[in-house]
Design a protein around this ligand. Structure first.
Ligand code: G16
Ligand code: MG
Length: 220
């Protein structure tokens, strides 16, 4: 049976959180707001606009709409600068093994990311061609935990939600997968991702046999 396997990008395929952190930290410093790695954790899977809103809330600052737009584009410029230096060495362990296995089994493979820069990143790490469908921040109107991003991916592949499997590293992403009625697989820390149907530290823990079971399982 054909299933759809939908991958989040940041934190699942590559670790771009470190680049988001550097760029947000620079922005926060220019606003005299302190910004920690713990706070950056809370921005994972969160849209660019919402991330800046949160940083301003943490710092107790209000700014004009004009300045908000300017800061967002400055942050993105700096982030793009980091991204431009990415290469295949930044792919997280065993991601190509899992993608190639799914492709060899003729399963649907999609990307479901909040990032508006997802396509550039996939090109830089040479994984763009592995995906049958790419849904990113430019295709959605509602951010995770809303299931929109994953539902669009499922529809593009012509697979019903209960026949989809989502790999996610963020709490909001797991919640989005669950409310889409898809099998949710947390990649990362079990104490953070406890709402997921299955949790793995990273893809090195995922065996081909487990993928085979997913191919024959539906979300119940
Ligand atoms: C990613 C990151 C978030 C980032 C968001 C928007 O989502 O996890 O930290 O704020 O994309 O990114 P951009 O500024 O590039 O549009 P995901 O869903 O791939 O984890
Ligand atoms: Mg993520």
């Amino acid at each position: 049976m054909k299933k759809a396997f939908i991958f989040d990008l940041d934190g699942v395929i590559v670790d771009t959180a470190k680049y988001h952190f550097l760029a947000w930290q620079n922005l926060a410093t220019s606003l005299e707001i302190s910004f920690s790695e713990e706070q950056n954790e809370q921005l994972k899977g969160v849209s660019r606009v919402r991330s800046l809103e949160k940083i301003l809330e943490w710092g107790g600052k209000t700014i004009s709409e004009e300045r908000f737009t300017k800061l967002m584009s400055e942050k993105n410029e700096e982030y793009l600068n980091y991204i431009s230096r990415m290469d295949t060495s930044e792919i997280l362990p065993d991601v190509p093994r899992i993608l190639d296995y799914l492709i060899s089994k003729e399963q649907g493979v999609a990307l479901g990311s909040a990032s508006k820069n997802a396509r550039i990143i996939l090109e830089k790490v040479e994984l763009y061609d592995k995906f049958h469908s790419i849904v990113d921040g430019t295709n959605v109107s509602k951010a995770k935990p809303d299931p929109e991003v994953f539902l669009i991916g499922a529809e593009a592949l012509g697979v019903s939600p209960e026949n989809c499997v989502v790999f996610e590293d963020s709490v909001a992403g797991i919640q989005a997968a669950n409310s889409a009625n898809m099998i949710s697989i947390g990649i990362g820390n079990p104490s953070v991702l406890h709402e997921a149907d299955y949790i793995f530290k990273d893809f090195t823990e995922i065996k081909e046999e487990f993928i085979d079971t997913l191919v024959t399982t539906q979300k119940v």
